[in-house]
Write a protein that binds this ligand. Structure first.
Ligand SMILES: Nc1ncnc2c1ncn2[C@@H]1O[C@H](COP(=O)(O)OP(=O)(O)OP(=O)(O)O)[C@@H](O)[C@H]1O
Length: 464
């Protein structure tokens, strides 16, 4: 099939478009394609990589190859091997020669940005954006792609597209990173823009101080003159009526004059009990987007990316190992990687799987505790405010049946229990009922943002 020489280049284009830059770079670029009699052989660096590509990406690769338009559709075979040296084969022998290890590409250095100092008047401390929190250093995957796309849009057209942009998600999932990336981007494009990043508690403190010093004019002059206001963890406004009132005026002024506001919280606005209705309704004027806990391939991509940035070559087997065991959030993932790197430096050892196991043994010991079905039932019942007994009952109203299905799906995902055993634990149900529940919830996770988010939150709660 001589025409297949161009097939891999075609596939690469398709896959990059469908997977996004980060997943493409980590998983697809390292593949080396060779033309075979009936299609392509894709050479992967090791067995784990092979298994992963087969499980997660082979279907997509086959689709991309089929869309090349060759009849019959090219067959795709995966093989472990080392890539031929670049100079050796003539270019036509390989549709694409890519680096063999994902970590071998030099790290794209984060764009060094000047810390953005906002001139703020005597009573308002200056705020620094973390120059490392950029779009370039933010790994994108299913868990955050919508939030990232919205943030990028806002950064390119502040005050125009979505105002406010409201980002919500659990602890350590990258909310601060994302909104500071907006700040850094706007600053880079327009160094004169008045940008303030602030934690909600600091804003509360500013209001209190203005109140105490009868300095509201100055407070207003400063905040109302901003071009971009980024406030983290807005749930801290709860119970602070004066703050909420001031923020209401500020919000109206900024939005009316097309100045951008970006807010974060650990939940969606209407779930923040104690936030005034006029604020929650205004927050929905713009766009509300979630950041979910990262899935396995995104966790691996984050690890490889962070290691690259520290100029460490992290073997993909080790990255997999860490990502499989540290599942709660990105901050913990970073912490685990730091431990492994420090251990390697300290003992002067290369980062092998053994070294990683040794470096993380404390964390792994605490994380390996079994998650019980009782624990899952209790957590889910609390979350949906139903009785634990409803997990076993025969009630079939949706407000009971749906949480019960969620709990069954979580039990399937988080324990080693068989379907019949899960059925028994949920009031003696048949294993087909459990299977149906798992499939239903999986379907909702693809199609219903709210259930997908709730499931993600529950996973995080149960694993932490
Ligand atoms: N997608 C990602 N790619 C790369 N790094 C990430 C990503 N998500 C999070 N991080 C890193 O994880 C760490 C925690 O992220 P961050 O502080 O933004 O989380 P957060 O959601 O604001 O947490 P909290 O709710 O505790 O304030 C940061 O160092 C951040 O750079």
């Amino acid at each position: 099939m001589p025409l297949l020489e161009n097939c891999w280049s075609h596939c690469l284009g398709e896959l990059e478009r469908r997977l996004g830059a980060d997943q493409f770079r980590i998983w697809i670029k390292p593949l080396v394609a060779e033309t075979a009699d009936d299609g392509l052989n894709l050479i992967v660096p090791n067995q784990i990589f092979l298994q992963f590509i087969r499980d997660r990406y082979l279907g997509l690769i086959e689709e991309a190859a089929a869309s090349f338009g060759h009849e019959p559709a090219p067959a795709i075979a995966l093989k472990v091997g080392s890539a031929p040296k670049k100079a050796a084969p003539p270019a036509s022998a390989h549709a694409q020669i890519a680096p063999t290890q994902p970590s071998s590409a030099p790290a794209a250095a984060p764009a060094p940005l000047m810390p953005n100092i906002v001139s703020s008047g005597a009573n308002h401390e200056t705020t620094r954006l973390n120059p490392n929190f950029t779009f370039e250093s933010l790994v994108t995957g299913k868990a955050n792609q919508l939030a990232r796309a919205a943030a990028q849009q806002v950064a390119e057209h502040p005050g125009v597209s979505y105002n406010p942009l409201f980002v919500y998600g659990g602890v350590g999932l990258g909310k601060t990173h994302l909104i500071q990336a907006i700040g850094n981007y706007v600053h880079q494009r327009n160094p004169k823009a008045k940008i303030r990043y602030i934690h909600a508690e600091k804003y509360v403190a500013d209001v209190v101080r203005a109140y105490q010093h009868k300095a509201f004019d100055e407070f207003k002059r400063y905040y109302h003159s901003l071009d971009l206001l980024l406030i983290d963890d807005i749930q801290f406004f709860v119970g602070k009526d004066k703050t909420q009132e001031e923020f209401f005026y500020l919000f109206n002024t900024l939005v009316e004059s097309h100045k951008q506001i970006v807010l974060t919280s650990d939940r969606i606005p209407r779930e923040i009990d104690g936030l005034q209705e006029r604020l929650t309704s205004r927050f929905s004027w713009g766009l509300t987007v979630a950041i979910e806990p990262p899935e396995l391939e995104m966790r691996v991509a984050i690890l490889l990316n962070k290691a690259e940035r520290e100029n460490f070559k992290l073997d993909s087997t080790v990255a997999f190992f860490i990502a499989k065991h540290i599942r709660s959030n990105v901050r913990e993932l970073e912490g685990a990687l730091k431990r492994v790197l420090a251990y390697a430096r300290f003992t002067n050892q290369p980062i092998t799987l053994e070294a990683a196991k040794e470096a993380l043994k404390d964390i792994l010991a605490s994380g390996n505790r079994q998650i019980s079905v009782e624990n899952i039932q209790k957590t889910v019942a609390d979350f949906y405010k139903i009785k634990i007994a409803d997990m076993h009952s025969k009630k079939r109203t949706r407000d009971i049946a749906r949480p019960r299905q969620v709990a069954m799906a979580l039990t399937k995902e988080l324990t080693q229990m068989s379907l019949p055993a899960i059925g028994d634990a949920f009031g003696g149900r048949d294993h087909t009922t459990v299977l149906y529940a798992c499939q239903t919830i999986e379907g909702f996770r693809q199609s219903d943002a709210e259930i997908a988010h709730q499931y993600g939150v529950l996973l995080q709660m149960l694993r932490s």
